[in-house]
Design a protein around this ligand. Structure first.
Ligand SMILES: [Mg+2]
Length: 279
């Protein structure tokens, strides 16, 4: 059983997703001079982009949302920008490459630098990543993360005969290292991070399956890029296909996954043993 991290093993709504909200707000207000009279990004907007696929990476998501709003400007206020930006479903269908081609500023590195500052705190982001600080973030959002997977869940999975565990995440290795001590997976869990390749590249999943020697791999994810990963893997390696199980808490997400072809769902990672026992 191979797990995605963000949204599956770890609740990142108050860390990475909050970093997306703050970064977009800061960049758009700074670039346009619009009066800040309300948030540009909320949970629903993030869910729409994650559902569309292509935005598993939160730096990509923050950058795409920033460029979308800048294209909608100029405007007097952020609430006016929000109205003018149009349908989020349509916006989520535009690739980050297409947006970058239309608008050169801010650069991707600027967005990424602000994301790192929000997540790690400014001083730590400078020390670890050599960025130039633009903010003065003293309360890093990483401190708000909560591990979701419980030790009892891993024990129950073992009792069902699942003995090999892996992790495939879009996090940086250093970001995984920060949370791994709190995640009750075995010490020798096979891990692939952003440095090893990006979803939905099936070869990243393949490398974990091979390291584990898994004959019936199962990937547990939570966004459309996770489904695309499993689908790409099964196209490429049809002889030993992987099962995709998706953590969904929202009926719109469930509908989108079903429409794409997914069939296995849980409400939280800790429901996996009960769901698998039923099957
Ligand atoms: Mg995820």
């Amino acid at each position: 059983m191979i797990f995605d991290v963000d949204g599956v093993l770890v609740d990142v709504r108050s860390s990475f997703l909050e970093a997306v909200k703050r970064t977009v707000q800061h960049l758009v207000v700074t670039e346009t001079g619009a009066r800040d009279d309300g948030p540009l990004v909320d949970d629903e907007l993030i869910a729409t982009f994650k559902r569309a696929g292509g935005f598993n990476n939160d730096w990509d998501l923050a950058h795409a949302l920033t460029l979308w709003y800048l294209e909608a400007g100029p405007a007097q206020s952020t609430s006016e920008l929000r109205r003018r930006a149009g349908d989020p479903m349509v916006a989520a269908g535009v690739s980050i490459r297409a947006r970058t081609a239309r608008l050169a500023r801010p650069t991707y590195d600027e967005t990424k630098g602000l994301m790192l500052e929000q997540y790690w705190g400014s001083a730590e982001a400078v020390r670890l990543f050599g960025i130039r600080a633009r903010l003065d973030v003293r309360d890093p959002l990483l401190a708000t993360e909560r591990v979701l997977l419980r030790a009892e869940t891993v024990e129950s999975l073992r009792r069902l005969g699942i003995t090999k565990f892996g992790v495939l995440t879009g996090r940086l290795r250093i970001e995984w290292d920060r949370v791994r001590a709190g995640v009750p997976l075995p010490r020798d869990v096979a891990v692939a991070t952003d440095e090893d390749g990006r979803k939905p590249d099936p070869l990243v999943l393949r490398s974990i399956v091979e390291r584990l020697g898994a004959r019936h791999p199962c990937y547990v994810g939570d966004v459309m890029d996770d489904w695309r990963l499993v689908a790409a893997y099964n196209d490429r390696f049809p002889d030993a296909p992987a099962t995709g199980i998706f953590v969904v808490s929202d009926s719109s997400d469930m509908d989108a996954f079903r429409a794409a072809g997914a069939t296995e769902f849980v409400r939280t990672v800790n429901d996996l043993p009960a769901t698998l026992a039923e099957d």
